[in-house]
Design a protein around this ligand. Sequence first.
Ligand SMILES: Cc1cc2nc3c(=O)[nH]c(=O)nc-3n(C[C@H](O)[C@H](O)[C@H](O)COP(=O)(O)OP(=O)(O)OC[C@H]3O[C@@H](n4cnc5c(N)ncnc54)[C@H](O)[C@@H]3O)c2cc1C
Length: 315
Amino acid sequence: MAIFVYAENINGIYKKAAFEAVSYAKSIAEKNGESVTAVSINPTDSSELLYKYGAEKVLNIKDEGLKNFSAKAYAQAMNEVAEGNIIVFPHTTDASSVAPMLAVMKDFSLITNALETPESLSPFQVKRRAFSGKGVMHAKADASGVIVTVSQNAFGVKENPVAGSEEVKDLAVTNEDTKVLSHEQSSGKLDLKEAEVVVSAGRGMKGPENWGMIEDLAATLGAATACSKPVSDIGWRPHSEHVGQTGKAISPNLYIAVGISGAIQHLAGVNSSKTIVVINNDAEAPFFKSADYGVVGDAFQIIPELNAKIKALKG
Ligand SMILES: Cc1cc2nc3c(=O)[nH]c(=O)nc-3n(C[C@H](O)[C@H](O)[C@H](O)COP(=O)(O)OP(=O)(O)OC[C@H]3O[C@@H](n4cnc5c(N)ncnc54)[C@H](O)[C@@H]3O)c2cc1C
């Protein structure tokens, strides 16, 4: 049997999280000698991209009815094609609403936010992120099969090229539940949840007119921009940038927090970042306790200097 993996795409283009999920599925396949079958819904990208990370087979579902996302309809589609007893999903917003529905349909265990290759496959046991990233737990599946979602940026994208083959599946899933009212998309910008580097700023920036320096630094670093909750509540930045307990949970390799105090609700969404740099003019700001590197000083002086230094380093 194969390890099945949901390869998420946005408007047909594979997400980085899809490559990470395929890489993760491959690491399981290497343990139990099975192959990897990636399933994608209406992709336009080439399947070659998935062979590169270890998918021996790519099942492309073609279904006009699935043009608009619906967790239930996507779970039904996965239920029709995914036959294995280990099914991997990325832990993206969409996929993490499909995975539980599929688990119910198949009567499988569901383990979310896996951090590493499973410790054992029989029973399936894996380390997962718990308590908003403040802890880890060892979760064990007790059903005949398991759906596992992979915490973004935890396992990483690992090349493992194979000679793959593609099969196109025509489905006709009923998708009556979805009515698209509006579709917000940040064009040309990095997806915050996928970004390896994030430059984030808070109320310490004093006003929206000062975000130019944050955007400049982000552009130099190839980073996405984020913000604290009050900043998006006041309307200084769009809600799509709000990170934390009530915003997006992210885990980039590098999180730079500028003028953010480090309240527990903010930390809940960012403390899984691999390296945290805090820039704050108050040496007592709580964020410094969670920082790998801290700079005490005025952001208005530090950010332009930092940007200029990085630009100079990059030549
Ligand atoms: C139920 C609930 C859910 C919440 N969810 C979230 C959430 O998801 N995300 C979130 O972010 N918050 C959340 N909050 C709000 C949270 O408690 C904090 O109020 C918020 O994170 C503070 O935002 P801030 O750090 O931008 O602002 P402040 O707390 O005002 O901090 C501003 C910081 O900027 C520093 N500063 C000021 N001037 C400068 C300067 N010139 N240079 C450098 N530093 C400077 C200050 O020293 C200070 O530390 C939630 C609260 C509740 C009750």
